[in-house]
Ligand binder design. Structure first.
Ligand code: ADP
Length: 263
């Protein structure tokens, strides 16, 4: 519902003030809605031609067997930048959709152990990183299966991105009275304390100059994102009535915990 100031028994001046306030509020939410719609339309319009560009670049790369080093490098760079931008546009579309409030969550009872095994196997294959699974007993949660997969893949992707290739990623499954807890733990660069509260904001990225490890075939396939990944993760987790938080120590690693209602 829309916020509205209602004053039935106030003096007329105050009522007038309340009316003005409500008018401003409705203009504000109109312009917010227009902005959301604009982002959504632009993202959509740009994605289509960029997908064509990306397709041609890939087919050129595949079919040309007498390219000079320079030509190959130019095509590869163009291709990966096109893909990175397509990814950004998809993220913007997803966020605009979430902002509209029309995202439907398909909530059901899910055995998290099975889902974690599936996600771990997939991520291991794509990233060739060892993933350790810590799940002692069977734990169920109320969640949207495909959204939850996306959340975990995103978190594992980050864990891979921000840690050395010889360091494993650990997935831990636990529960409290009310909640199922999934932890994604890495022994990577860690996140400075003052950034920890902000990394879930849109477009927020920790200082670029930190050591980054070459991205070897992460599921996401983008070489450095735009700082939207965790914003999307948070929106999705909260859409399933859950919460997410991070614990991290610089130089030691990070643990992201997703808490979901138990089933
Ligand atoms: P990005 O596309 O930049 O990875 P995210 O929203 O996924 O965007 O993450 C925001 C920022 O949080 C990243 O730029 C990175 O600095 C930091 N971050 C996220 N996950 C980790 C992690 N596992 N270890 C260290 N830093 C991380």
């Amino acid at each position: 519902g829309e916020a509205k100031l209602q004053l039935r028994h106030a003096p007329s001046e105050v009522k007038e003030l309340a009316n003005t306030f409500n008018m401003m509020l409705s203009r504000l939410s109109e312009s917010w809605e227009q902005q959301r719609q604009f982002v959504s339309n632009v993202s959509h319009e740009l994605r289509t031609p960029l997908t064509v560009v990306s397709g041609y670049l890939q087919s050129l790369l595949r079919r040309s067997n007498n390219l000079t080093d320079y030509q190959r490098e130019a095509l590869e760079t163009a291709s990966s930048e096109a893909d990175r931008t397509i990814h950004l546009l998809q993220d913007l579309l997803d966020l605009a959709r979430a902002d509209s409030g029309y995202v439907q969550f398909n909530l059901e009872s899910i055995t998290l152990n099975d889902l974690l095994i599936e996600v771990a196997e997939m991520s291991e294959k794509f990233s060739s990183r060892a993933i350790i699974l810590n799940a002692e007993r069977s734990i169920k949660a109320i969640a949207d299966r495909s959204r939850l997969k996306r959340i975990l893949i995103n978190l594992i992707d980050n864990a891979v991105k921000y840690s050395e290739p010889d360091q494993p990623i650990t997935l831990t499954l636990e529960q409290t009275d009310q909640q199922a807890l999934i932890q994604v733990h890495d022994r990577g660069v860690g996140i400075p304390l003052h950034d920890q509260t902000r990394i879930f904001e849109r477009f927020y990225r920790v200082d670029e100059s930190r050591a980054r490890f070459p991205l070897r075939g992460s599921v996401e396939q983008s070489s450095g994102g735009y700082g939207l990944g965790l914003a999307i993760v948070k929106t999705l987790v909260e859409g399933m009535n859950g919460s997410i938080h991070v614990r991290s120590k610089l130089g030691e690693g990070s643990t992201f915990t997703v808490a979901l209602p138990r089933s």
